[in-house]
Design a protein around this ligand. Structure first.
Ligand code: HEC
Ligand code: HEC
Ligand code: HEC
Ligand code: HEC
Ligand code: HEC
Length: 665
């Protein structure tokens, strides 16, 4: 079988599965004579001047083309709209609807309607596009991701496979051993590329030596799909691992400090549920397979010294900036409760290992390539990248140990090996040289598992799916009477679907990084944990997916008269009574038990203008479960006719202006 026919054979089932329409639109980009394909969750884009539209294209002028369907809830008249920095054309069910920015009313059929959209940028200024619809039932909005679908084809499947291979190549650090002068310098190009693995410092103080030996031999046996391969093989592997473990733990004194107190375990169990650890992790005493693919913690007792585990929970990225485990800003008390829970519930597994020789280990740590990943040392003994390209499914990409030979063993699925092969056969250096924030956000939404806690595009969170598990974990503590005004564990967590258009990039960056002191939803025990290394790219990329750049337009000059009206409209006396649910700065809401809202003094730094209006015009459209009332009717009028003739948008804008005037100096 030639490689090509082998690939076609392997991928046939994929192609068949892809015949079902999938969410999002098929996007086709052209620039500098090259073409690239991907799936976009929105009919929108934002490409800063001087940057490429996709990682595989040159910067400069480009064309984008989207195809797929938009699903209308009913047959009827919809107003389609577009904002565009360049040439734009929208065709629906074969009919040209929009030429350039603007609005147009058209009849849509109930169910899927075929759409084709074309956009062209001269590459001189930032390119942006947003398109969507409005109807009598809902205000103007971008097409929701849940309404868009596309059929896949071989070209698109191949482009997505290439993207998967690229992400694996960077995250698995293939270039640490297989080098090439053409590869971008570390710290440039795709952000995930060239990141060092954890610093191997003080391991004896942190970890059990026997565990360490077993980990070095086979990381995936503790953490499936570990980014670290089993780097040793052959008949001496067990002894070599023991030698390395001896070297890495030599002369260490175990970290001293508090020892896990079993009495704290029930409080830790509650936290494990209430902070959303359950979204990413299995319980330490869980058995059997996990249908949700969560990360096991069953080995923590065999691995960690008590004080070291507590330190880790307090700052998981301390020895590894690229860590994916987020930072919860735990108090010492919370960290000790979680530590107690993890260490008392995990089984006391007895692992065994040979005694090692630290001196032999010291020689091995370089020879085995450990430091290529862990300290960024240049590769010396492994085949150069160019050789892996022509090798095919051999070495690290071999399906079994016999074919793998001396190469390290990664825990890869057949699909992942195919994706890596596809990427190796492309122009690897060019593929890593540049990145696009919109795609960074797509990749890392998955890699960082944001969906552990957040619903996204109509798909519920893992946290929500394991509700029953959470209840059981909480029940280990004696039941407590709920005190009014105290946070609860089970209030809704906001969906991520619209965050890219909702939150200003600057605030979102700080918030995802875990650097914002305010906790918007004070009534929720759960917190947004910090992902500091990824925050800027996530915030920028989510914005780009919705057609927004990092800078919002300047607000109009404040008008004292409108500000005064805005303040009145917020209140109880001739206003909408917003302050029954919402705190405003230091002023506490008057009746929060109904449905607490976010402190409105945060609006100015948080919310983009368009989203503020969209939310107020129809909160239920954005969040079907919200208890925030709708104040405007289908004609855009409110019941308060005293100001602006009852025009909702003007009234809401006055409120927004008032809120802007409260902005922290
Ligand atoms: C720790 C160093 C190291 C890392 C990291 C590594 N490899 Fe390898 N790779 C090797 C060694 C060693 C061999 C085997 C050379 C031999 O058999 O002599 C090899 C062989 C290969 C081969 C076969 C080359 C041939 O000529 O037969 C391919 C393909 C390959 N690796 C791909 C990858 C990919 C893809 C990744 C990332 C997922 C990766 N490697 C990561 C060390 C590494
Ligand atoms: C968004 C997913 C996510 C959430 C939520 C999360 N973790 Fe993690 N955790 C990870 C990942 C991924 C790792 C593996 C290390 C890494 O990649 O940084 C990890 C590693 C760990 C480890 C080390 C495991 C080992 O093998 O030694 C512990 C302990 C842990 N997490 C506990 C917690 C606790 C307690 C919480 C809740 C406060 C929590 N995690 C929440 C993703 C998560
Ligand atoms: C291809 C890169 C790579 C190679 C080669 C590699 N590691 Fe790792 N190692 C990692 C990554 C990445 C992690 C983090 C674990 C994860 O995400 O699954 C890790 C984790 C570890 C840890 C746990 C560190 C901690 O603080 O939790 C130890 C110990 C370790 N590696 C030792 C070794 C030794 C010894 C070797 C050589 C035999 C080696 N590694 C080879 C990438 C690598
Ligand atoms: C452990 C659970 C958890 C994980 C994992 C998580 N979040 Fe959150 N996130 C939350 C909670 C809880 C809130 C609400 C916090 C509040 O308002 O007080 C939140 C809020 C947010 C907000 C602000 C929304 C708003 O309207 O105020 C954004 C943006 C966000 N998360 C993005 C992300 C991204 C991106 C990821 C993945 C990198 C992620 N989150 C992963 C729990 C999580
Ligand atoms: C019955 C209680 C209630 C009333 C009355 C109410 N809201 Fe809300 N509001 C909410 C809730 C609940 C949310 C959603 C909180 C969340 O995202 O978790 C919300 C969200 C908001 C948001 C988004 C805040 C953010 O930063 O994410 C704004 C802006 C807002 N409300 C403005 C108003 C204004 C202006 C009024 C009066 C015209 C008003 N609300 C009246 C309950 C209320």
């Amino acid at each position: 079988m030639t490689l090509r026919s082998l690939l076609t054979f392997l991928l046939a089932p994929l192609a068949a599965a892809a015949a079902e329409p999938a969410q999002g639109l098929h996007a086709i980009f052209e620039a500098g004579g090259r073409t690239d394909h991907r799936v976009d969750r929105m009919l929108a884009l934002q490409v800063p001047a001087g940057q490429p539209a996709t990682p595989w294209l040159p910067a400069g002028p480009f064309k984008a083309h989207w195809e797929g369907t938009v699903e209308a809830p009913v047959r009827g008249i919809f107003t389609l709209w577009a904002e565009s920095s360049g040439k734009f054309r929208l065709t629906v069910n074969g009919q040209a609807v929009l030429e350039g920015a603007g609005t147009k009313s058209v009849q849509l059929n109930k169910g899927p309607n075929a759409i084709v959209a074309e956009f062209e940028s001269d590459g001189k200024a930032d390119a942006h596009l947003r398109a969507g619809w409005a109807s009598r039932d809902f205000p103007r909005e971008a097409f929701p991701p849940t309404s868009l679908a596309h059929a896949s084809d071989e070209v698109l499947t191949q482009a997505l496979r290439l993207r998967e291979g690229r992400a694996l190549f960077a995250n698995l650090n293939c270039a640490a051993c297989h080098q090439d002068a053409k590869l971008p310098a570390k710290g440039t190009g795709m952000p995930e590329y060239g990141q060092n693995a954890p610093l191997l410092a003080d391991l004896g103080a942190k970890f059990d030596r026997v565990w360490l030996t077993r980990w070095i031999l086979d990381p995936a046996s503790f953490r499936p799909h570990s980014l670290m391969p089993a780097a040793l093989n052959g008949p001496d592997a067990e002894q070599q691992a023991a030698d390395l473990a001896a070297m890495l733990t030599q002369g260490a004194t175990p970290a001293s400090g508090p020892v896990a107190d079993p009495a704290l375990a029930p409080a830790g169990a509650s936290l494990f549920a209430n902070l959303g650890c359950v979204g990413c992790h299995r319980q330490p005493d869980a058995q059997g397979d996990d249908a949700l693919g969560r990360i096991p913690l069953a080995h923590v007792r065999a691995k960690w010294r008590d004080a070291a585990l507590m330190d880790y929970l307090l700052d998981p990225a301390k020895n590894w900036p690229a860590a994916r485990m987020p930072h919860f800003r735990l108090t010492e008390e919370e960290a000790s409760q979680l530590t107690a829970y993890l260490l008392t519930k995990a089984p006391a597994t007895k692992l065994t290992a040979k005694e090692g020789d630290a001196a032999r280990g010291a020689g091995l740590i370089v020879a085995a390539g450990c430091l290529n990943c862990h300290a960024g040392m240049p590769a010396t003994t492994q085949p150069p990248l160019a050789k892996t390209v022509t090798a095919g499914a051999k070495g690290c990409l071999a399906p079994d140990a016999a074919a793998r030979g001396k190469a390290p063993a990664y825990d890869l699925s057949a699909g992942e090996r195919d994706a890596l092969l596809a990427f190796l056969q492309s122009d690897v250096a060019a593929g890593l040289a540049a990145d696009v924030a919109a795609e960074f956000a797509t990749r890392n939404l998955k890699a960082l598992n944001c969906a552990a806690c957040h619903a996204v595009d109509g798909r519920g969170s893992v946290w929500k799916k394991v509700d029953e598990e959470c209840r059981q974990l909480r029940s280990l503590l004696p039941p407590k009477e709920h005190v009014e005004g105290e946070p609860v564990p089970d209030a809704p967590v906001p969906a991520l679907t619209w965050q890219g258009e909702k939150l200003k990039t600057g605030w979102m960056t700080e918030f995802i990084a875990g650097r914002v002191e305010d906790k918007p939803r004070w009534w929720l025990i759960g917190v947004m944990p910090g992902f500091s290394q990824h925050a800027a790219g996530m915030a920028l990329g989510l914005g780009q997916q919705h057609g927004f750049g990092p800078k919002d337009p300047e607000d109009p000059k404040p008008d004292p008269a409108r500000i005064a009206v805005g303040e009145k409209l917020l209140g109880m006396d001739g206003g909408f009574n917003c302050i029954t649910c919402h705190d405003v700065g230091d002023k506490e809401a008057t009746a929060v038990f109904e449905a607490p809202g976010i402190n409105l003094a945060l609006s100015a730094e948080r919310l983009r203008k368009g989203h503020f209006h969209r939310w107020l015009l129809n909160p239920n459209r954005l969040d079907p479960e919200t208890k925030m009332p709708k104040f405007a009717d289908g004609d855009g009028l409110t019941q308060l006719t005293e100001h602006f003739n009852g025009k909702a948008e003007d009234q809401f804008e006055a409120i927004r202006e008032y809120l802007n005037s409260l902005k922290k100096k």
